[in-house]
Every structure is written in structure tokens, then in C-alpha cells.
Design a binder for this molecule. Structure first.
Ligand SMILES: [Zn+2]
Length: 345
């Protein structure tokens, strides 16, 4: 063996030894890694495991109320985001995975989610969260519905109406949150009967805080009782009833239908006639037409949050009303100030 070959042979041995050593080290390293991963996994399973109830809701408002009642026993997820139109939500595959693992599914019902929830539930194939299953909660049960039509719902649906069983935006009356909380409580107890006392206490605390806040909100709105406003979409009858304002008309001539030039004109005329200056709108609608109308009448378009997280800073159910009422009151005050300035006071 010449020098060159010897050195290359030596190098080969050395290299192989090193490779071998490296492999051994890598193997050790991998074993260590998998061992630790396994330990972490076992601990995570033991810690979180099935002691956490997986709750999936259609809206963030229901998610927040479920969080209040379920406390640390639940992990909550809302499919729709607060800035999305709840009538139209993209049915993403990741939502199917969430629903497949869910122990409890809570929806608004009344056809609000009809356009998207069925596809997700079918994909999830989780029997226990389907209607009639232990893990199914229809939050509307027991709510006194407004605007229930006495026309065949299928006929209304064919005409493009999307409120065919009555107005589905009932979570916008905080009194209804008590009924929603009760429905969620019943669902949670079905899933975890041993925690009944815990859920009961959480519900008591939530309702007690709601009562305090409702008194505060009612007082805030007292000076503005009977004030007329216009809404873009008919989402606010429960809110209107609770806080004593009057929604005198809608930019949408029928729910889900865009306004015609004729309807825009008649809205402008009635706003002028009745001295209505405020148009309320949810953030997912185009403000183009409402702003045109507002300009014509010397009014303003006020964005209100239809749901938790509908606007920045609204992170829970209480924030929702704090925010919306403040927005409305600011707009009322602005026109009151203008009026008193105009009258020379
Ligand atoms: Zn609606």
C-alpha cells in the first residue's frame, strides 16, 4: 500500500469511525429527544387530557358566555369571528377538525348559521354534537323571539329572506344572555355532571354581574329613550327594545337585499322628515350607501359591533354593550350640542 493509499485508507477508517460515532451520538440524541417528547406528551395528556371540555360555538358571544359558565373546565373556540357577518362564514376544513374533537357545540339557531354550519357538521361526523345529542346546545331555547313571521318559512327563504323563523340576533339583548347561559349550563352539566356545582356558581356570578351592568346601561340610556335611528341590517330589535331607542327604518329594504335607488330616496326623505341623523351599521357591510344617505341628511354613520371582537377593544360580552352604548350616546350628544349651538344657547 503506497503512502497515498495508506493515508486514504486511514482517512476512510477514521471517517467511518467518526460517522459511526456521529451516528451513535445522533441515535443517542434522538432517543433522548423522543424520550423527552414522550414524557412531555404523557404529562400534557395527564394535565389537560379529557378533564377539559372542548367547546365549539358558532359565534364569539356564545364562546364568551360558555367561558363564563365553564371557567377552567372548558377550552372554547368560536368558528365565526366577531367582525364577520354571521349569516355568511367560510366553512374552512380546520373548523371541521375542531368540531370532530368537540364535546359541546353551541349555536344561535333560527337559521342564522344555515348557510355554513351544516357543511361543517357533516364533515366532522361527530354524532354527539348533532341535534338531539348530549353535546348539542341550541342557545335560542326559551328566548322570546321578535319578528316571527306568519308566512311559510320556505316561501320566505325562496324570496331571499334570511330571518325566516324570527329575528335571530337575540344575543344583542343582555337579558337574553341569562337564557343563553342557562342553556349552556344545562349542556355542560350533561357532559360533566360531577361539575354541576362549579357551573352553577359560575352561572350565578355571571348573572349577578349582568344584572349590575344592565342597571348601569339602562341608566346611561335613559336620557335618550325614544330617539329614532336607522339601521343598515335588521340586527338590532332586541337591543332596541332593551335600551328604549327606536329603529325607524333600514337601509336594506328586506333583510339580505341591497337597496334600490327608490328605497334610498325614501330613506333620505323619511330621515329628513323625522329629523333622524344616525345610521347604525355593522363593520362587515359597505358604508358607501349609508354614508351617501347620511351626507344628504347632515347625519352620521355609526359603526356598532354586532358581536364580541366586532370592533377593536371588545374582548368580552360586557365590553360589547359598553362599546355600542358609548358610540350611540356620543352620536346623540354630538347632535344635541349642534342643536343647542344652533339655537344660540
Ligand atoms: Zn340578520
Amino acid at each position: 500500500m503506497d503512502l497515498y493509499h495508506r493515508s486514504s485508507w486511514c482517512a476512510q477508517i477514521l471517517e467511518e469511525t467518526n460517522v459511526h460515532k456521529t451516528n451513535q451520538n445522533m441515535e443517542k440524541g434522538m432517543n433522548f429527544f423522543w424520550h423527552h417528547l414522550f414524557v412531555v406528551f404523557v404529562f400534557a395528556t395527564l394535565l389537560s387530557g379529557k378533564s377539559t371540555i372542548e367547546v365549539v360555538t358558532t359565534l364569539p358571544d356564545l364562546r364568551e358566555i360558555a367561558k363564563e359558565i365553564g371557567g377552567e373546565k372548558v377550552s372554547v373556540f368560536s368558528i365565526a369571528k366577531g367582525y364577520q357577518d354571521p349569516h355568511y362564514v367560510d366553512a374552512k376544513p380546520s373548523y371541521i377538525i375542531k368540531l370532530r374533537k368537540a364535546d359541546l357545540f353551541i349555536q344561535v339557531g333560527l337559521d342564522l348559521e344555515v348557510g355554513w354550519v351544516q357543511t361543517l357538521l357533516e364533515g366532522a361526523r361527530n354524532k354527539k354534537i348533532l341535534w338531539g345529542g348530549d353535546g348539542y346546545v341550541n342557545a335560542s331555547k326559551g328566548v322570546t323571539l321578535l319578528q316571527v313571521p306568519n308566512i311559510d318559512p320556505t316561501k320566505l327563504r325562496a324570496e331571499g329572506d334570511i330571518h325566516i323563523y324570527g329575528n335571530p340576533h337575540y344575543w344583542l339583548d343582555p337579558e337574553n344572555a341569562k337564557i343563553i347561559a342557562e342553556n349552556i349550563y344545562i349542556g355542560l352539566v350533561r357532559i360533566a355532571p360531577d361539575d354541576e356545582g362549579y357551573f352553577q356558581e359560575n352561572k350565578r356570578q355571571f348573572i349577578s354581574r349582568l344584572d349590575q351592568e344592565i342597571s348601569k346601561w339602562t341608566l346611561m340610556m335613559e336620557p335618550y329613550g325614544g330617539r329614532k335611528i336607522i339601521a343598515f341590517h335588521n340586527s338590532w330589535p332586541y337591543f332596541e327594545n332593551r335600551f328604549g331607542i327606536q329603529i325607524a327604518g333600514f337601509v336594506e329594504p328586506k333583510v339580505g337585499i341591497s337597496p334600490s335607488p327608490k328605497h334610498i330616496k325614501s330613506t333620505i326623505d323619511s330621515m329628513k322628515r323625522e329629523n333622524i341623523r344616525i345610521i347604525i351599521i355593522s363593520p362587515y357591510y359597505s358604508k358607501k350607501i349609508p354614508e351617501r344617505i347620511a351626507k344628504e341628511v347632515g347625519g352620521v354613520v355609526v359603526e356598532l359591533a354586532p358581536s364580541v371582537e366586532g370592533m377593536i377593544g371588545i374582548s368580552n360580552y360586557f365590553d360589547l354593550f359598553d362599546y355600542n352604548l358609548r358610540q350611540l350616546i356620543d352620536a346623540f350628544k354630538k347632535f344635541d350640542d349642534e342643536k343647542s349651538a344652533g339655537s344660540g344657547d
